[in-house]
Design a protein around this ligand. Structure first.
Ligand code: TIU
Length: 223
């Protein structure tokens, strides 16, 4: 099926060729959404991120049923932290730093309990999981090559946090020539004002970074 779906969006309709699109779920890991992880170590109220889980579950179910490609990302580092720049580890004065041991294991380290994607959004067989050392999903990963090999030109962004890893990844994708839409109720920030600003700035100036849409409007278009 080569049909192009029309998704009601801002600043205007988002044209979505499903066979050339991927749903990108950014960093829905225990380290960001559960107490005791990396997000909490930075002083954040992590529980507010959990509000998007039901919408993301509905969107994933509809996207999978439509046969769309899915990419999950995880932010994290090798156990020896060789891919964690000291500038990143030493930033700020958190309670625990990247690599230190908390209740969910070593913060932001691959293979630790806190590094895992939350059970409600677990990847299924055939879905790609991208481990990334930075905030952007393209930096230090093979995501661009993987998407190119599948002829993917359109990306649907979801996950956390809106203005950090999600916006960075969407900007990286935009500069690489992808058409991107950010799902308003399937992304969240520790700072509501930063989420609102991100949604406004990406779609301003005629979608300078991309479009925004609701999960309900995307699900309706997929049906
Ligand atoms: N701190 C914060 O808002 N976010 C991150 O450090 N990583 C992601 O956004 N995944």
């Amino acid at each position: 099926d080569s049909s192009i779906l029309t998704v009601p969006a801002r600043p205007g309709p988002f044209m979505l060729p499903l066979r050339h699109a991927a749903l990108v779920v950014i960093d829905m890991q225990r380290d960001f959404v559960e107490p005791g992880g990396f997000g909490a170590s930075l002083g954040n109220d992590v529980t507010r991120l959990q509000a998007i889980v039901p919408a993301l579950q509905r969107l994933l179910a509809a996207w999978r049923a439509a046969g769309g490609a899915v990419v999950h990302t995880r932010e994290g580092h090798r156990a020896d932290l060789s891919d964690c720049p000291p500038a990143k580890r030493l930033r700020g004065s958190p309670g625990l730093r990247i690599g230190d041991t908390g209740p969910m294991g070593r913060l932001l380290v691959q293979g630790e309990p806190g590094h895992a994607i939350i059970a409600e959004l677990a990847p299924t067989e055939g879905e790609r999981v991208i481990d990334k050392p930075g905030k952007g999903a393209f930096f230090g990963t093979d995501l661009q090559a993987w998407l190119a090999a599948r002829g993917i030109s359109h990306l649907v962004f979801t996950g956390v946090t809106t203005e950090v890893c999600v916006q960075t990844s969407m900007r990286e994708a935009n500069d690489r020539g992808f058409d991107c839409v950010l799902i308003e109720d399937a992304t969240e920030s520790y700072f509501p004002e930063f989420k609102a600003a991100t949604l406004a700035m990406v779609r301003a100036q005629g979608a300078i970074v991309g479009w925004t849409a609701t999960s309900a409007d995307l699900i309706a278009a997929l049906a």
